[in-house]
Design a protein around this ligand. Structure first.
Ligand code: GRF
Length: 203
């Protein structure tokens, strides 16, 4: 059989609204064959984000999800679900995508939407717990450890079943910035590792 006819692996969609370091890392992992997958769609609600610019510059299919104030949640949800289905997506990864995933999208992709969160859930998750807010709260509580969690996405922020976690030790003098940096270093391999497991054990 001609090698070019080999099935291309799982079809991933990455939802990202910010810096896009996970998007870049996943893209690399797919290209290097570390993940048996390809990024078939990037969704963003921020066309000024690095994630969006990266998708455009690499020629990845990218779709603007219009979540501005006047957009109805149910319409956004239906459009997102339709777009993911149209691109025949197998797994959806939210990485720095701050909007809730609506019921139509959740129903169309049961147990196929995962998120990475920069703390050890079930602690330090939920509404408002993103970016620096998370790290500030962890440091204010004098925690000795923080880390990252990969989990399934449900109707409630950061509450789905945990798939994988890794820890970071908090050292004296750490700031929200330095803690975020230390956690990001473990986040990238953690997400790839979690996906490797999911792609191996699911249909
Ligand atoms: C990561 O810290 C992730 O844990 C959180 O949002 C951040 C996204 O980073 N959910 P990036 O935009 O992929 O660089």
């Amino acid at each position: 059989m001609n090698a070019t006819l080999t099935p291309p692996g799982a079809r991933l969609a990455v939802l990202a609204s910010g810096r896009g370091s996970h998007l870049r890392h996943l893209y690399k992992a797919c290209n290097q064959g570390i993940l048996d997958a390809q990024i078939c769609l990037v969704v963003s609600n921020n066309i000024r984000s690095s994630a969006w610019r990266f998708a455009a510059s690499e020629g990845l299919p990218h779709w603007f999800c219009d979540t501005r104030h006047d957009a109805k949640d149910s319409a956004v949800d239906a459009a997102l679900a339709a777009c993911l289905l149209e691109h025949r997506i197998d797994w959806v990864i939210t990485a720095g995508y701050l909007k809730k995933i609506g019921p139509s999208t959740l129903a169309a992709f049961p147990n196929k939407i995962i998120n990475i969160h920069p703390a050890l859930l079930p602690n330090y998750g939920g509404a408002g717990m993103y970016g620096q807010n998370v790290h500030r709260a962890v440091l204010a509580a004098n925690e000795r450890q923080s880390g990252a969690t990969v989990h399934y996405v449900t109707a409630h922020y950061d509450e789905g079943a945990i798939i994988a976690q890794n820890h970071v030790t908090i050292t004296q003098g750490m700031t929200p910035d330095s803690l975020a940096e230390a956690i990001l270093k473990i986040e990238h391999p953690l997400l790839v590792h979690a996906l490797q497991g999911l792609l191996t054990h699911h249909d």
